[in-house]
Design a binder for this molecule. Structure first.
Ligand SMILES: [Zn+2]
Length: 137
């Protein structure tokens, strides 16, 4: 259908993340619908030498989004207070950088891949804010 554009949201299953990441992806990629791929603490799993089985399953889902839905790009999230990846913020952000690298290579850079980190808004603890995580130089 005309106007049914997609991007790909990859990250934690934590329900507090989804809307924030969806909003970011819509704005950043100019696409309407997120294809959402989640695990508990996904960027932490990717940092811990995951099995080929896990990586193959992940790639299969990503390629459906990229090839069948012509995804305009991928956003990968990590977040504070993560039950699935309970590491400090610096490590978690490094996990996001690593995940961007792993997934970019996995798909041969077919689409742009961005990393983000979500945390509680300092002025309103009920809201979550998103910050882009840039690659290390
Ligand atoms: Zn989490």
């Amino acid at each position: 259908m005309v106007g049914e554009t997609f991007f790909t949201a990859i990250g934690c299953m934590d329900g507090r993340c989804q809307e924030v990441v969806d909003e970011f992806g819509r704005a950043h990629f100019g696409a309407l619908y997120p294809d959402t791929i989640t695990e508990a603490g996904l960027v932490g799993i990717l940092a811990k030498n995951p099995s080929d089985e896990f990586l193959d399953g992940l790639k299969e889902k990503i390629m459906i989004s990229v090839q069948r839905h012509h995804s305009k790009g991928i956003v990968i999230d990590g977040h504070s207070e993560c039950a699935g990846n309970p590491v400090d913020e610096t490590t978690h952000k490094e996990n996001v950088r690593n995940a961007v690298k792993v997934i970019s290579e996995m798909i041969d850079n077919a689409v742009p891949v961005l990393g983000v980190y979500l945390s509680r808004h300092p002025m309103d603890q009920t809201q979550w804010q998103v910050a882009e995580i840039y690659p290390s130089l």
